[in-house]
Write a protein that binds this ligand. Structure first.
Ligand code: ZN
Ligand code: ZN
Length: 265
């Protein structure tokens, strides 16, 4: 992997270092590519740790702390994160990693993007406005969660943003990159509790699911990595001659976990 990265880096350097002028589009694309490689590299390391956990000695209980926790990273140059979004129901300020996927507010348990009519039952969560007939939280109206709509009452921050005056592809480019880091922790007793019906309906291969043997179901022995925490991070990168350098790494902000539907029934 490292060798591949190096080769790609050299190729990019040759492409950008030559006397031929690079268009802004080409330069920006090369910049994106390097940022993706940076995060892919971290994700590959995470996958390696996860694979290590599956080895025979791990099954014997010799679990190393390095393998028991790992992080995965999400970066998408076309996406954005939202800071200080005020829940329309309880006004708690939220940090949103991906507005479309976040349905219920961690504070009040209602959809944070829609205003509930006066006199609604605050304690009933999720209520009929928030939940669909299939029993799942309703996906918010697409128009409510666009970057423009979010920017009206919060900070909608792009995951890739050029620093002022730093978008010239024939000089040093620099940008602020925002990413989502998910931390996964190995729970050696963790099992997945899903019904036979769900397995059939979703056509899940049950032999991959960590389940309690006592229930008489097929599946792997207990133990899997569960999402432990989510953070939004920010790095200022410089990009010159195909070379990516970190200029400033900011402290990550924790994202509050979203409401667990099961725990509230
Ligand atoms: Zn709320
Ligand atoms: Zn509601």
């Amino acid at each position: 992997m490292r060798l591949k990265l190096l080769v790609l880096g050299i190729a990019a350097a040759v492409a950008l270092g030559g006397c031929q002028k690079v268009t802004k589009e080409q330069g920006t694309k090369a910049f994106y590519k390097e940022v993706h490689l940076y995060f892919n590299n971290l994700n590959n390391e995470a996958q390696f740790r996860k694979d290590e956990m599956r080895k025979n000695d791990a099954k014997l209980g010799l679990i190393t702390p390095t393998g028991s926790i790992y992080s995965t990273f999400v970066f998408d140059e076309n996406a954005f994160v939202v800071k200080n979004y005020k829940c329309k129901t309880c006004e708690t300020k939220l940090l949103l990693t991906s507005p479309g996927n976040e349905y219920l507010c961690p504070s009040c348990g209602h959809c944070p993007y829609v205003t509930h009519a006066a006199g609604f039952n605050r304690k009933e969560s999720p209520c009929k406005i928030c939940i669909g007939t299939d029993g799942k939280p309703k996906e918010p109206n697409a128009a409510l969660i666009t970057q423009e709509a979010m920017a009206k009452d919060a900070q909608a921050l792009p995951m890739f943003e050029f620093l002022p005056g730093k978008d010239n592809p024939n000089a040093t480019m620099a940008a602020t990159v925002r990413y989502v880091r998910r931390q996964w922790a190995y729970d050696s007793r963790g099992t997945v509790d899903i019904s036979q019906r769900v397995i059939e309906k979703a056509s899940v291969d049950p032999s991959w699911l960590p389940m309690m043997a006592a229930e008489g179901q097929v599946g792997r022995a207990p133990g899997f990595h569960r999402p432990d925490a989510t953070f939004v991070g920010q790095i200022d990168f410089e990009f010159r001659g195909g070379e990516l350098t970190i200029k400033t790494r900011y402290q990550e902000e924790p994202v509050r976990p979203w409401k667990d539907l099961k725990g509230n029934q």
